[in-house]
Design a protein around this ligand. Structure first.
Ligand code: SIN
Ligand code: FE2
Length: 205
């Protein structure tokens, strides 16, 4: 494992950590999972559908509707358990997430067209001592990250296919979002766009 770039304290980036075969294998796993756990655009708590379509791997999946945000054991559309987490994701978490406690959720985000994600904190997990590990696949994202207050200054950086980044420690609760996707910058995702995977430990250890 090579040394990551420390973008801000607690936010580390490993550019191009996953090679093309590893990226392809993950996209294939996502597309297979979406056959039984279809991508859906959830409503925010404010009642507006998100532009990003989502599904999940693992015992828990993050979902949202007018009642709020939460981790659920079942896909809200099919009422079935989420597909199993691919071994490659478990292995990556052992290396860069936590060596003892496995992740119990992987959020799968699909950005097509002008999908974006507003600035937010990841704070639906029980214990922020566990990091969030993010994997980018397909088209490059213009990603934005700031501090733990919404008013803190932000900076933007590009996340390309195969890049892995980690929010931990002082950046674990940093505000972050995706301003836009550079359409056509990669041909990896069938029908275009970007897939982002975020590995999390949602329940206490
Ligand atoms: C997220 O914050 O859930 C997604 C971040 C990303 O798409 O890079
Ligand atoms: Fe997030």
């Amino acid at each position: 494992m090579f040394q990551p770039l420390s973008v801000i304290p607690g936010f580390d980036l490993w550019p191009g950590l996953l090679d093309l075969p590893a990226q392809r294998a993950l996209v294939d796993a996502v597309m297979a999972a979406a056959k039984t756990a279809p991508f859906a655009r959830y409503d925010t708590a404010y009642g507006k559908a998100m532009s990003v379509a989502m599904t999940a791997f693992g015992p828990l999946g993050w979902t949202s509707d007018k009642a709020g945000y939460r981790y659920a054991q079942r896909h809200p559309g099919t009422d079935q358990a989420w597909p199993d987490m691919p071994q490659a994701l478990l292995d990556l978490w052992t290396q860069l997430g936590d060596p003892q406690t496995p992740p119990d959720s992987c959020l799968v985000n699909l950005y097509r067209g002008d999908a974006r994600m507003g600035l937010h904190q990841d704070r639906d997990e029980a214990d922020p001592a566990f990091p969030v590990l993010s994997i980018s696949l397909g088209d490059t994202a213009v990603f934005r990250i700031g501090g733990t207050s919404r008013k803190d200054p932000t900076r933007s950086l590009k996340l390309a296919s195969g890049d892995v980044c980690r929010l931990s420690g002082p950046a674990r609760l940093a505000f972050h979002g995706v301003d836009r996707i550079l359409a056509g910058s990669s041909g990896l995702v069938p029908d275009g766009g970007r897939i982002n995977l975020t590995l999390r430990r949602a329940r206490p250890a």
